[in-house]
Design a binder for this molecule. Sequence first.
Ligand code: ADP
Ligand code: MG
Length: 313
Amino acid sequence: MQSKYCGLHAMKVKTRLTKLDPYPSRQINVKEENALEDKCKVIAVANQKGGVGKTTTAVNLGVALGHMGKNVLLIDADPQGSLTRSCAIYDPDELEITLSELMASEMTGEDKEYILNKNAIKHFETIDLIPSNISLSGTETALFNCMSRESVLKRTIEPLRKHYDVILIDCMPSLGMMTINALVAADSVIIPCEPSFLSVKGLDLLLHSISRVKRQINPKLKIDGVLMTMVDSRTNNARDITAALRNAMGININVFNIEIPRSVRATECPNAGESIFVHDPGGKVATAYAQLAKEVTGLERKAQVRPRPYGIR
Ligand code: ADP
Ligand code: MG
């Protein structure tokens, strides 16, 4: 896979400027640059429990948003490199530049743009990807000796925000420093959750960490919603747990209307190196992830609709 970071992103920015600006020859000014940056939404896909569908959600939600015309970047923030492998990079340990090198350059004050230009961004179907491999576990250890260690990932991705509409961070199954970095870098969180007693019980711990990050470091952090994954609607257990969770969360925390059904076709995707939209287009999981993408973009629109008092149009 070949990165076309330079050319591609210059092109994307140019395209957006052309859309924004009827006079394309005009130079980009600071105000326009900020407007582009503000458009980006960073979403962490997090749950400290493993095997609940974080990586599957990051890939398929990303590809679905890409199909809707969004510029999407996925970030693999798990040293296991599952997201990287799911995006058809089968030997992540061979990669020269990964998230680990980018974060190291932020920590040491090296030129990030230089590293980004060095084949850092990979491409998969409709999305871009910053891959990871086992070296990210060393980065997590290095974070402990670093200044402002909670915001290294946030600072690392800052120069990329202006190129994307959505950046999805696939978190590792822990509440360690890398996940805290993802929550600090994010504008919002999506929490995939399997309809099992232990998964639902484990949500308390995650919600506690999210509220701590929100209180202490990132006050604008929002919870987009809890996403029920691998739902087998034929079983009473799944139905009961999902209903109980919706009840318990009440109006305080959104539980997405769409539930991702369990399907063998979804399990086959990483091995096939395809998203569900290529592997089983029109299947129930692809339909569900397309619906999720609509719900996620709908949240944005809902947030933008402000009450208009005093007869303001
Ligand atoms: P996590 O990132 O939370 O560890 P994964 O996304 O890797 O979870 O999913 C764990 C396992 O469940 C993987 O083998 C994956 O293929 C499988 N899986 C994910 N979503 C589904 C689904 N909707 N139906 C069936 N299997 C699924
Ligand atoms: Mg994973």
